[in-house]
Design a protein around this ligand. Structure first.
Ligand SMILES: [Zn+2]
Length: 257
């Protein structure tokens, strides 16, 4: 995934350079492609919660970071990562003393803010424990865009959280025909009840959020990824099928008697 999709997308029309990489947590669906990306791109800095992936992925990632001479920084709630142009990542979770054995609940939760305005909330894979900690902390979470926690799973559905973030739009990152059935029906229903438009990558492909002017709201452009290409291929394929069947019809037709 890192090589075939993420790396290819990030390097499309620009040099393979990233100012920074932030790892939400060590689970394979968040870290599996990272060794390739950090090894092939010039990476300025690497931020994480202190949880590195285990096994071979962890070894390959550590080697890629070392070979690239990439600065590693552990961040926690309360930290701010200035990325220039008035934009800052606020780290909202986990607190340094947050104790939970579940890696999902220890996901880094980031809020991208520009000139004091919340643009995007990226909650990783937090579920109820992490979400309750966020709500209890009283940190501001309001954001134009919410990436649904844990790929839109029912275990991460929390109405109070959605109300607190009050997004103009929600995005759900999940695989085409994923075996978990993400996004969960109750999540889709709750977003609809709260009048939050939802874009899902499994159906729409890559999704891009655009802020055009200083005071303009967010605009979402969807269908920019591989699913679109797959769909257009399938369209062509079905067109070919139709052409083929008309040829078959033509040539199998019995001569007029
Ligand atoms: Zn995940």
């Amino acid at each position: 995934m890192g090589q075939a999709v993420v790396g290819a997308r990030l390097a499309w029309g620009r040099p393979p350079r990233l100012d920074g990489v932030i790892l939400s947590h060590g689970d394979a669906d968040h870290s599996g492609g990272l060794p390739w990306v950090t090894g092939m791109f010039s990476v300025g800095r690497f931020l994480f919660s202190g949880d590195m992936p285990g096994g071979r992925t962890g070894e390959r990632l550590a080697r890629a970071l070392e070979q690239g001479n990439v600065t590693q920084e552990v961040v926690a709630a309360g930290d701010r990562v200035d990325i220039g142009h008035g934009a800052v990542f606020q780290v909202l979770h986990p607190a340094r003393n947050f104790g939970c054995h579940d890696a999902n609940e220890r996901s880094l939760v980031l809020r991208l803010v520009r000139n004091g305005h919340g643009l995007v909330l990226l909650p990783g894979d937090v579920e109820q424990v992490g979400i309750r900690a966020l709500l209890a902390s009283g940190c501001g979470m309001e954001s134009d865009v919410l990436i649904l926690p844990h790929h839109g799973s029912g275990s991460s559905l929390n109405r109070d959280f959605l109300v607190e973030v009050a997004p103009n739009v929600a995005l759900c990152s999940c695989g085409y025909l994923n075996r978990f059935g993400f996004p969960a029906e109750e999540v889709v229903r709750t977003c609809a009840n709260l009048d939050i438009p939802l874009h899902v990558t499994s159906g729409e492909g890559g999704v891009i959020a655009v802020w055009e002017g200083k005071d303009s709201g967010v605009r979402v452009v969807s269908g920019t990824g591989c699913i679109t290409h797959l769909n257009s291929f399938l369209d062509r394929f079905s067109l070919l099928e139709q052409v083929q069947s008309s040829w078959d019809d033509l040539f199998s037709r019995k001569p007029d008697s």
